[in-house]
Ligand binder design. Structure first.
Ligand code: ZN
Length: 393
């Protein structure tokens, strides 16, 4: 099945690269968008709780929401998506004020505050917009657009969580000279080093020594830290020792369905969402929306990383970008990649992964690929993903 999706990845104010620092007064962290031209969700991430008041509700082509209890910091503005053409978050009257310029007729369907919980450690204020009936009726094609778009702007440097696969009593693939768990740890430390060399990123590792970390804990680390990208490092094994090359995996449709089940199946999820009526099917749709946006973002990151690795001359496995159902990638709201760096069972790859300079070359290319992903002020891209996961894990 071909999954076609349009991503509008708009990092309007890439404060990450300018060292924008949030103050201690309880700032708005960032504004995120998800959804499409029928329904658009705006999530305001905040360091503390706030109460919202709708100043304008869309009648004049604008929605204005005042938030008391938080500061807008230096403010942030940029392009929206779906029903929102552009937005600005500014300080106003001792609080913050979000102005949404609408792309068409839209109304506020609901808005609510989410306290920290379910793996997220900050407050979120959520506004859901829906197209007015008049707008939908006026469309020549009554079918909803078949794309999901996603955009976000940050007020602090992106956080990359690097996951060194395996560890402790789980050595992973056994190579001729060294285990996968040792190779992934060295690679993770080198990638951290290379990202810090580029600068403008916060970097966190799921493990820094030869210890066992459960897969659910690895995902929880990324969610609790509110990571902007999760990258899990592994090395493949194959029956044929001539098979070599790197490959990049993202979450499959099947995997995302499972992530949704996992999240909606949790008792505290409904409590966390605080939706009017607590309608589980509505929760599911909203989570699905988040998941699709995350999936698109992951696929986008995978393409950029692949292109960069190919360009750097690193040997790649044929048709490298695969969709996999790896449990380690199952966080519904954190874009995630799994990089199989090469084959432990291939002598050339093993040499490349265990040799300090070979490893550094590869991790430098990975860091540059990640940097390229975050350094896209306005990117529209068609993403096509299909097929079955192959190879080992
Ligand atoms: Zn592995």
């Amino acid at each position: 099945m071909i999954l076609a999706a349009l991503i509008v990845f708009s990092v309007a104010v890439l404060a990450a690269n300018t060292g924008f620092a949030t103050g201690a007064q309880g700032d708005v962290l960032r504004v995120r968008f998800g959804g499409d031209a029928d329904r658009t969700r705006i999530v305001i991430d905040m360091e503390r709780t706030a109460s919202g008041n709708l100043v304008e509700a869309g009648e004049g082509g604008r929605v204005v929401l005042s938030l008391s209890g938080v500061s807008a910091g230096r403010g942030v503005e940029g392009r929206g998506l779906g029903l929102v053409r552009g937005y600005a978050m500014r300080g106003a009257g001792g609080g913050a004020e979000l102005t949404l310029d609408l792309a068409g007729g839209a109304e506020v369907e609901r808005r609510f505050l989410l306290p920290p919980g379910d793996g997220v450690n900050h407050y979120r204020y959520v506004v859901d917009l829906k197209a007015t009936d008049a707008v939908i009726a006026a469309r020549p094609d009554r079918n909803p657009p078949r794309y999901t778009a996603s955009a976000q702007a940050r007020t602090r440097p992106p956080l990359i969580v690097i996951d060194a696969g395996h560890g402790g009593h789980d050595p992973g693939t056994l190579g001729g000279r060294v285990n996968e768990s040792a190779v992934t740890l060295q690679a993770a430390l080198t990638l951290k080093d290379e990202l810090e060399r580029i600068g403008g990123y916060r970097v966190m590792l799921t493990r820094t020594s030869d210890v066992y970390v459960t897969r659910s804990r690895r995902v929880a680390i990324a969610r609790e830290a509110d990571a902007d990208l999760f990258i899990s490092l592994h090395a493949d094994a194959g029956n044929d020792n001539t098979t070599r090359g790197a490959s990049v995996y993202t979450l499959s449709e099947q995997g995302s369905a499972r992530a949704i089940r996992v999240a909606t199946g949790r008792q505290d999820w409904h409590a966390d969402l605080q939706l009017p009526g607590r309608d589980p099917s509505v929760d599911r749709i909203l989570l699905d929306m988040t998941q699709r946006a995350t999936q698109n973002r992951s696929a986008h990151a995978a393409r950029i990383l692949l292109t960069h690795l190919e360009g750097s001359g690193h040997p790649m496995l044929g048709r490298s970008h695969r969709d996999a159902n790896f449990e380690v990638l199952l966080a519904p709201d954190v874009p995630a990649l799994l990089l199989e760096m090469g084959f432990m069972t291939n002598p050339d790859d093993e040499q490349l992964l265990t040799d300090e300079s070979g490893r550094r070359r590869l991790m430098r290319a990975v860091a540059q690929g990640i940097d390229r992903y975050f350094d896209q002020p306005d990117e529209s891209v068609m993403v096509a993903g299909a097929g079955q996961a192959g190879g080992g894990r």
